[in-house]
Design a protein around this ligand. Structure first.
Ligand code: PHE
Length: 462
């Protein structure tokens, strides 16, 4: 027979049971409280943003009719956002649109299907607001890469930014099943300010993917050759996944296309050279430089696409090449345009010189007249929080001075050993594109800049 508990034994075990139960309830409620605190914290803290950075301005940002939550990553100014709908590359007879058309024509002519129809499709009106995934992750750009920095990009918030290159659309278009396409559009980067740099410029990206039969189409016994190999090695010449033959054939097609492009733009006699390069999304990678007016000019970047990008986009059975090129620098060279700000001019003195012209015409821009520069310096002690970069200052000056700011340069740095403070002196060159500025006009704007600097960075002007 089984032993029955005595009365005192039962009482004792009941007591122990109650104590254990009470403690369990306490532990559980403490755990619940901790959990709810954690969830609150998680809710109010943006996913990838630091909480100690200052946040200014309204909570929401309205861009292209879409509402975005601002956070500590938001650094896009209203001045920059005002460029969003301009689409210079879509304006008929705009010099950027003429050059774009010339490049598109070349791709249409060079790559045709069986019936002579162009096989490249053109995407020139894709939304410039892209996700972190589109601009960086999908292109295998490492998490701490310089190009992701807040000092280099215009972030809407920690999830979205204004695309920093048209390559941002590559992986999605491949995912949609496209094999041959061009993406053309405005791109946004925080950079220095001079006659060849502007925070908004235009790029063309081209992508071409080929299956086995296409790669080896002009090779005898091509059907016996392979595009991929299993235990291959990554070398300076190719990726681990590709056979050397396939990679070399694609390289040849890419390079010969680009030489034809350079000759079409700069003339048959153009001198060019290939320079080895590095991009996280291609391997091997090159830059093409052309010799123009006694200088080597970098025309474009290109390479064999990283196979991992194709795999992630569902195109694992193909091999591809890609290239990216900036339109402004090209147009400045070809049309003798001396200053990048001119592309944004609505002045007929500028635009009329391209009106009704053909993309293949040789056009040389003649400046209507040259207006004098006005130069003012500004010096201040840098803020103490260590977050400051010169690009913060350049953006602020742009925001207030607009396009009459021609150049800004850091002319002097000084470290005060006793105060442990650094001071920067910047030289701002003002010049209007269409009229002479008076010193008085310049002084008014310069004062506004000084005021804004003092306010925004919480510093004193020296
Ligand atoms: N996206 C690169 C840039 O902006 C250019 C590029 C595109 C290079 C495609 C290789 C392939 O500099």
């Amino acid at each position: 027979m089984s032993k029955v508990f005595s009365c005192s034994e039962v009482c004792l075990s009941m007591q122990v049971f109650c104590i254990v139960l009470l403690n369990l309830i306490k532990v559980e409620s403490a755990f619940r409280m901790l959990l709810s605190r954690l969830t609150i914290q998680m809710k109010i803290k943006p996913r990838c943003c630091s909480t100690n950075a200052r946040r200014e301005g309204p909570v929401h940002l309205s861009v292209n009719g879409r509402e975005f939550q601002r956070d500590t990553w938001s650094n896009v100014s209203s001045k920059i956002l005002s460029h969003l709908g301009k689409k210079l590359h879509l304006q008929k007879y705009h010099p950027l649109s003429l050059i774009k058309q010339r490049i598109v024509n070349l791709f249409y002519k060079r790559f045709v299907g069986r019936t002579g129809n162009p096989i490249f499709s053109v995407y020139d009106d894709l939304e410039p607001i892209v996700s972190i995934k589109q601009n960086f992750d999908s292109l295998l750009i490492p998490p701490y890469h310089q190009s992701r920095k807040k000092s280099d990009c215009y972030y809407i918030n920690c999830d979205y930014l204004l695309r920093a290159h048209t390559t941002a659309h590559q992986s999605e278009l491949i995912g949609m099943g496209l094999n041959n396409f061009l993406v053309i559009g405005d791109v946004y980067r925080r950079d220095e300010i001079d006659s060849t740099h502007y925070p908004v410029f235009h790029q063309v990206d081209a992508v071409r993917l080929c299956g086995k039969h296409e790669v080896f189409r002009s090779i005898e016994n091509g059907d016996k050759m392979a595009v991929f190999e299993n235990e291959g090695e990554r070398t300076a010449q190719k990726q681990e996944a590709h056979t050397l033959e396939a990679s070399k054939i694609m390289e040849d097609e890419l390079k010969s296309t680009l030489i034809v492009l350079a000759q079409d733009l700069f003339g048959q006699e153009v001198k060019y050279r290939w320079v080895d390069a590095y991009f996280p999304f291609t391997h091997p990678s090159w830059e093409l430089e052309v010799h123009h007016q006694d200088k080597w000019m970098e025309l474009l970047g290109c390479g064999i696409m990283e196979q991992r990008i194709l795999q992630n986009a569902g195109a694992q059975d193909r091999i591809g090449w890609a290239l990216g090129l900036g339109l402004e620098r090209l147009a400045m060279c070809l049309y003798d345009i001396p200053d990048i700000r001119l592309f944004w001019s609505t002045d007929s003195g500028f635009l009329s010189q391209f009106e009704n012209r053909d993309p293949h015409d040789c056009i040389k821009y003649k400046p209507v007249s040259i207006y004098p520069q006005c130069i003012n310096d500004i010096s201040f002690w840098l803020p103490n929080d260590g977050d400051y970069t010169s690009n913060d200052f350049y953006d602020l000056v742009r925001e207030i001075g607009g396009d009459i700011v021609e150049q800004i340069s850091l002319v002097d740095k000084y470290f005060h050993p006793k105060k442990q403070h650094t001071s920067h002196c910047y030289r701002i060159v003002y010049r209007h594109m269409e009229k002479t500025l008076t010193q008085e006009e310049v002084n008014t704007i310069h004062k506004q800049i000084e005021k804004a600097v003092a306010l925004k960075f919480n510093v004193s002007i020296r």
